[in-house]
Design a protein. Structure first.
Length: 423
């Protein structure tokens, strides 16, 4: 019996026992429980990471004034909080509202750890953000809060404007000023961590590769070894032939990329909005743009990601938690979220407000997100990351040809899904 099944059975067992006790005690106890639920609705707990504390405190204050509900803020590690959610739901320690990356929302929902969420009109969601919080069965388990995408950073001391095509990046690579010291014929003109599947996916997707069919909801249809994916992997290999050997080090490559960019030895890199602060601190004269178009003329279709507000399944205050989530994703609160964190709102009205600030990073992420593909949020996605990483490494290092590496990865993904999910 799987651990997941055991946890689900334990939760079900507790719930069933509670309902039997309630029936045994008669309707007076049931009425009392309903009464105590309504009084508990006057108090909620919100769990966020430290970086969101300032926003959370001001939102809690505003909500208490508006709705008369006291919101207590708890801070801690986001991923740790989600990893502990099953146990916290069982013990009743889970917060009423939390934040989760979109790719965790569907799997946590399917696992019974989240309450369903109704998306209010005030949330101003679009089809893409709505799909990020919708599970394969059509149930919605979160309210979109933030959007994220990879972008292109470029050094304005080295190039005047952002390259628009990969052909321009290939031309840059011919310039001897980007030669990598100690390795003849190697260049650092443009760098991207393409042995990391999250970073390489835009290359595959722009060539017609995909993870799962039906917009990421069908795990039986895997598109990582189709013709487009093979073309993309082979193109990545042409860059690895130009790059320093250290770029094949799956653990060390991110550090090499950041160091080369910060030291002014690299003109352009692909990375996420989370890197901007490090570049500011390093005093790099950088700018941000959308990722150049691919050799086939198509867009580099990154994963569309970000975070959602979620309601753990053990909340005693579902109605109150839902109303608070509606408040958090309202246009005004999403504007406040952007002002305090510089993270881009999922709410389309607040997103327009953010774009109006003329911040290059904000504008680039919003534009790139328009071409992004929602990252699959079904549990089977967990079976993809490691085989996809191995596939990319084996192909670009020449250990296997692209087709063999891709076919092997798909076989392993299918086997892992069958083993873990019985499909």
């Amino acid at each position: 019996m799987s651990t997941k099944f055991m946890k689900s059975a334990a939760v079900l067992g507790t719930a069933t026992l509670a309902s039997l006790l309630l029936v045994a005690c008669g309707s007076k106890t049931a009425d009392k429980a309903a009464d105590s639920g309504s009084s508990e609705g006057k108090e909620l707990t919100l769990y966020v990471e430290d970086q969101y504390k300032a926003f959370a405190e001001s939102a809690a204050q505003a909500y208490e004034k508006e709705a008369g509900v006291k919101v207590t803020i708890k801070t801690g590690d986001q991923m740790g909080g989600l990893d502990n959610l099953s146990l916290d739901n069982q013990s009743g320690k889970a917060a009423d509202v939390m934040m989760a990356p979109y790719d965790r929302v569907g799997s946590l929902g399917k696992d019974g750890q989240l309450s369903e969420v109704k998306l209010s009109d005030g949330a101003k969601t679009d089809d893409k953000t709505k799909s990020l919080v919708t599970a394969a069965d059509g149930k919605v388990y979160g309210a979109p809060a933030v959007i994220e995408s990879l972008v292109l950073y470029y050094n304005k001391d080295l190039i005047k404007e952002a390259p628009k095509t990969f052909a321009e990046l290939e031309e840059l690579a011919k310039d001897s000023k980007y030669a990598f010291a100690g390795e003849d014929g190697k260049t650092t003109a443009f760098l991207a961590d393409w042995t990391n599947f999250y970073y390489a996916y835009g290359l595959l997707a722009g060539n017609g590769g995909y993870v799962f069919g039906q917009n990421g909801k069908d795990p039986k249809d895997i598109g990582l070894a189709n013709e487009g994916a093979i073309t993309a992997i082979n193109y990545a290999k042409t860059w690895y032939e130009k790059w320093p050997k250290g770029m094949q080090d799956t653990e060390g490559a991110p550090n090499l990329i950041q160091t080369q960019f910060q030291e002014g030895k690299t003109a352009a890199i692909i990375d996420g909005p989370w890197k901007a602060q490090a570049f500011k601190d390093a005093k790099v004269n950088y700018s941000v743009a959308t990722i150049p178009t691919l050799p086939n003329g198509k867009n580099y279709e990154t994963f569309g990601g970000g975070k959602a507000w979620i309601i753990p399944s053990s909340t005693k205050n579902l109605e109150a938690a839902q109303k608070f989530v509606d408040f958090l994703v309202s246009t005004e609160e999403q504007k406040a979220f952007y002002d305090k964190t510089n993270e881009i709102p999922a709410n389309t009205e607040a997103r327009s407000y953010a774009e109006g600030k003329n911040d290059e990073l904000t504008t680039a992420v919003i534009k790139q997100f328009q071409n992004a593909q929602p990252m699959p949020n079904i549990p089977q996605m967990s079976a993809v990351w490691d085989p996809a990483k191995t596939m990319l490494f084996e192909a670009v290092s020449g250990k296997k040809d692209a087709k063999t590496a891709a076919n092997d990865a798909v076989t392993l993904i299918k086997e892992t899904i069958k083993q873990k999910f019985g499909e």
